[in-house]
Design a protein around this ligand. Structure first.
Ligand code: FES
Ligand code: ZN
Ligand code: ZN
Length: 289
């Protein structure tokens, strides 16, 4: 199998590219993302967890930062999962050191008084909400334009199907490569530069660039629906892209999520009830300690 641009051996079937052309294609795709969504002269908070996606996005953004005049801060949340957190932090530190950037570490226990292991029932299902809250708060308080997330094409396809399986049609409005910052609502926008890249492509790029990353998923998530979905349902790269493009197009016709945002009476951040989910969860956890 030959590369579609030169005579060299292709290392990937779709797109059919050799090593050099693949690296060029991969970085160009992220560059195009930044161009398309006008991520220029911006201050970005990059959430690095040590997983392949966040490591790859951290690395590529550091290469593109001059071209797009980006001001970047790398941010790691120390969740307190035995062994896993230490390993992830070591990787995040190694990666940021190699690209010459300081790493901000947010220690959940020190800052909020609990670790994710103190969530007794299904910690993973609270973890996403807790991380989103912390990232948004830190980004808002420190004037960031966007939080950068490492979500990839496979994650988005799962998100779409999972919501359809559960008939959560309005939730589909939440998919997309970017959300805008709404300062008056204390919401910082989020961008997903790997939105149009598959897990296979990301893993390959990490391998070619020798980027360290934590090979296993969070130990608390062993039986996750997402893992099962990714294992059982196989789509080609083109099919995944078409699913995502179709939903992005269909979003225009989907009902808007009707939520009225107010500010949490405890922390002052946006919520749909009087106290936000983070404050309610935190209070509940602290009462059990
Ligand atoms: Fe954070 Fe599992 S506890 S992803
Ligand atoms: Zn080639
Ligand atoms: Zn709150």
């Amino acid at each position: 199998m030959r590369c579609q641009h030169c005579k060299k051996q292709a290392i990937l079937k779709s797109p059919r590219l050799c090593e050099d052309h693949f690296v060029e294609y991969f970085e160009r795709k992220i560059g195009k993302f930044l161009e398309k969504y006008k991520i220029k002269n911006k201050k970005l908070l990059v959430a690095i967890s040590g997983g392949k996606d966040s490591v790859v996005v951290s690395y590529v953004l550091s290469k593109l930062k001059e071209k797009f005049n980006l001001q970047i801060e790398y941010f790691f949340i120390r969740l307190g999962i035995p062994t896993f957190t230490e390993k992830s932090e070591e990787i995040a530190t190694r990666v940021t050191e190699s690209i010459n950037y300081p790493l901000t570490i947010y220690d959940l226990k020190k800052e909020e008084g609990f670790t994710i292991m103190d969530v007794k029932y299904k910690p993973c299902s609270y973890c996403g909400m807790i991380r989103r809250y912390i990232l948004n708060k830190y980004a808002f308080e420190n004037d960031f334009d966007y939080v950068v997330l490492g979500h990839n094409l496979d994650d988005e396809v799962f998100f779409i199907f999972n919501n359809m399986f559960n008939k959560n049609i309005t939730q589909l409005q939440r998919t997309g490569p970017l959300t805008q910052t709404i300062k008056e609502k204390k919401l910082v926008g989020r961008i997903k530069p790997l939105y149009f890249l598959t897990e296979e492509e990301i893993l390959l790029y990490a391998k070619l660039k020798n980027l360290p990353h934590i090979g296993c998923a969070c130990p608390n998530s062993l039986e996750s629906t997402q893992k099962k979905f990714k294992k059982d349902i196989k789509f080609s790269r083109d099919q995944k892209l078409n699913i995502v493009y179709s939903i992005l197009e269909m979003k225009k016709y989907l009902p808007e999520e009707k939520v009225e945002l107010k500010f949490c009476e405890k922390c002052g951040y946006p919520t749909t009830s009087d106290t936000c989910k983070f404050c309610r969860t935190k209070e509940k956890i602290l009462s059990t300690l």
